[in-house]
Every structure is written in C-alpha cells, then in structure tokens.
Write a protein that binds this ligand. Structure first.
Ligand code: PDD
Length: 285
C-alpha cells in the first residue's frame, strides 16, 4: 500500500511529498514534533500530545498553523488514508520556509505542517516485550531545553546509533553527576532494590513524556510506591526491574544495562502489568 503524507494542505504519496530546501526545519532544526501511538485504530493519549505540542510551539514562538480541531482532522485523515490500526502518527511543524538567516523570518511566513502515519510490525514488538531489550549508557551532551520536543535531535541520533552498533535497542543518557536523565527517544524507569518505582523528576533536563505521565497515574492508582527521583547507572543495574516508556513503544522491559543483567534477565512482572494497565487507560475515544 502506498503511504500517504499530508504537507501544507495536500495529501500526496510519501515518495512525492516534499518541503522546500529553504524550510527552517531542514536548515536549522527549527521545528517541533509529536508522535501518537495508535492501538486498535484509536489514538493513545490524544489530548495530552496536543497540549504538549502547543507548549513546544509557544516556547519557540511558532504559531499553530491551523485551529486545533482542524489539526486533529488532518491527523485523523492521515491515519485513515494510511489505514493505521496499530502504529504511529507523526506530526511536525517548522517555522516555515524563508531565505537562510538564523533570526526569525517575517511574521507572514507560514509554518510548515507535515503529518505521516504508519503501521508497526506488531510481531516484532511482541518479541521485544517477551524477551526484554538491552540498553547502553552514553554521556548526556544535549542542550538545556530538553523539555521542548524539537526536531533538533543530533545527540539523540548519535546515542541511538551507539546503541544499534552495540546490539542494543536504546541508549540512556547519563548526566555529569552519574544520574540517568532519559533515553534517546524514551523515558527511563526502574523498580529499585527497595521496591520504589522511580523515574527522573520533570525539569528542563528531560522530555515530559506523555506515556511517563500516564504510567505514573496508573502506578499511583494501584498504590505503588512511586518516586520521581533520579537514579544512577549502578542503581539501575542493581534494580529489580527496568523499563522505558514512549509513544512509539509503550513500556518496553529492559533486561541488560551495558554489560550487566537486570534482575533475573527476564521482563519484570511489574513492567508487564503496568503496560497492560497503561494501554487500557490511555486509549482515547
Ligand atoms: N520520542 N524522551 C525523549 C527524548 C523522546 O524523544 C521521547 C519520545 C520520550 C517519550 O515521550 P512520549 O511518552 O511522550 O512519547 C522521552 C518519540 C516517540 C520519538 O522521538 O519518536
């Protein structure tokens, strides 16, 4: 099936969909994005992603290119045209197209809107869930506004490549004090030796993950001992369980961190049950 992309008002086959080489997303990474997970044809955490998108845009002073309801209609239509039942929707808004100059272009330059959607290989996802994945750790070399979901992702790209070359699924960034910040495209979690479920607190050092927030909610509803506090690599390696969360892969268990096995080397029971609870709670209408 030909994949279809939405670009600035028109739907086109992915192979022909294009933006200008003067687009500021291309030239400067001057753009923000969102990713929704889709399960059974329905969006996960639909509204929360829109709230974060609007915040990212306002932090960078990029205008929403159309009203929110129209934007969601484009998201839905892109999903429909690509027949996505279990997969992802990607939305990107750049500051628009203008002759290259670092400073913002004139106020009448329209932001560029791109939406794509694809089905995921669910068998591969299931295999990852039942075996668990390996991650590696890398120094966090990113900027001071990791809370903004911008397409400027070079350190994340390099970190993920380091992971791939090490035969790992994800890389966790580690700050200068030895604490894990987050993954290259996910948030980081452990169930520590004292049975506290831990993930780093929200600051500008990490992306405020939508899946993270939803998993925290279901964990608290279940009465788990939850701590939003940073942990070291050694604490993660000694943890009972470790896992990662992202819209692209909600709650994947981690069984190796660098050269150490986590727990008994199998996906932890808490990660598996939280995953089921998360999916149940986060499907939108
Ligand atoms: N990444 N941290 C980073 C750096 C991320 O890029 C992501 C998501 C997350 C998890 O956020 P959420 O739960 O809202 O997806 C945390 C997306 C999926 C991506 O870049 O493809």
């Amino acid at each position: 099936m030909t994949q279809i992309a939405y670009v600035n008002g028109a739907y086109a086959p992915l192979a022909h969909a294009a933006v200008s080489i003067q687009d500021r997303g291309f030239q400067f990474g001057d753009a923000v994005y969102e990713v929704w997970g889709v399960r059974g044809g329905r969006l996960l955490d639909r509204d929360a992603h829109i709230v974060r998108l609007k915040r990212s845009l306002s932090e960078l002073r990029i205008a929403l290119p159309m009203p929110e309801t129209a934007l969601m209609a484009v998201v839905r239509e892109t999903q429909r045209r690509n027949r996505v039942r279990n997969g992802l929707i990607y939305l990107q808004i750049s500051r628009g197209q203008a002759p290259r100059d670092h400073a913002f272009p004139a106020a009448n330059v329209r932001p560029t809107l791109v939406v794509t959607a694809k089905n995921l290989d669910m068998a591969a996802l299931e295999a990852r869930l039942s075996a668990g994945v390996k991650i590696v750790t890398v120094p966090d070399i990113r900027w001071a506004r990791c809370d903004i979901k911008t397409t400027s992702l070079l350190p994340n790209v390099l970190a993920k490549q380091t992971a791939r070359e090490a035969g790992a699924y994800e890389a966790w960034f580690v700050d200068k004090d030895g604490f894990v910040t987050e993954g290259s495209s996910s948030n980081a979690w452990i169930l520590d030796a004292d049975a506290h479920l831990r993930t780093r607190a929200l600051t500008n050092d990490i992306l405020h993950g939508i899946t993270r927030a939803a998993v925290l909610r279901v964990a608290r509803e279940r009465g788990l001992k939850v701590m939003e506090s940073a942990f070291t690599v050694a604490e993660a390696q000694a943890a009972r369980e470790a896992f990662m969360t992202a819209a692209s892969a909600p709650l994947v268990p981690i069984v190796w961190i660098d050269d150490k096995i986590v727990g008994d080397g199998r996906p932890g029971p808490l990660a598996c049950s939280l995953r089921a609870a998360y999916l149940g709670a986060s499907i939108s209408d």
